[in-house]
Write a protein that binds this ligand. Structure first.
Ligand code: ADP
Length: 165
């Protein structure tokens, strides 16, 4: 059983597809155990997308554009729980660049943009959703966005101890 941190980024909220994205998570059988709508500060966005990760892998310009984008409006932050939740949610999201994201994935179905276009205009690529990449990131990111009091305990109607029927 794992927990993973997801953000519906400001493009997803502005486009009014929050419900459609959450529906895909719920349909998969994964369980939402914390959720909020919030406009992140630059400090929070900077801690989420760390220099050591984003700037090192993609360059400082990409990180700056990403922080500007993430703080441009409300995001829906939520924590998902389930068996291999981290990999399951990443699969639902699809590839980072919408051009490369397969049909059937969130990014593949709701976006078509390219890194080439966003680089040319100095913007971050609009790809609707963030999901933690691995267990270390998931632990750090869930603790960054949520405190212990934010989690709720309930049972999905289709859930028993191991999400098996
Ligand atoms: P993912 O979100 O799929 O885990 P990364 O952690 O590599 O991908 O990147 C974080 C975010 O930074 C991406 O979701 C995307 O919004 C943005 N991004 C990454 N690479 C680029 C790029 N080359 N050009 C524009 N934006 C980028």
């Amino acid at each position: 059983m794992e927990r993973t941190l997801c953000l519906i980024k400001p493009d997803g909220v502005r486009r009014g597809v929050v419900g459609q994205i959450l529906e895909r998570i719920e349909r998969k059988g994964l369980k939402i155990i914390a959720l909020k709508l919030t406009t992140p500060s630059a400090d929070l966005a900077g801690q989420h997308y760390t220099y050591e990760d984003i700037a090192v892998r993609h360059g400082e310009a990409v990180r700056n554009a990403l922080i500007k984008f993430l703080t441009s409006g409300p995001v829906v932050a939520f924590v998902v729980e389930g068996v291999s939740a981290i990999d399951n949610v990443r699969t639902l999201c699809g590839a980072t660049e919408p051009l490369k994201a397969a049909p059937g994935t969130i990014r593949g179905d709701f976006a078509h943009h390219t890194f080439a276009l966003t680089a040319a205009v100095g913007e971050s690529v609009r790809n609707l959703i963030h999901a933690s990449a691995n267990a270390v990131d998931a632990a750090r990111e869930t603790a960054l966005w949520f405190g212990p009091a934010d989690y709720v305990t309930y049972r999905r109607a289709d859930q028993n101890e191991h999400f098996l029927d």
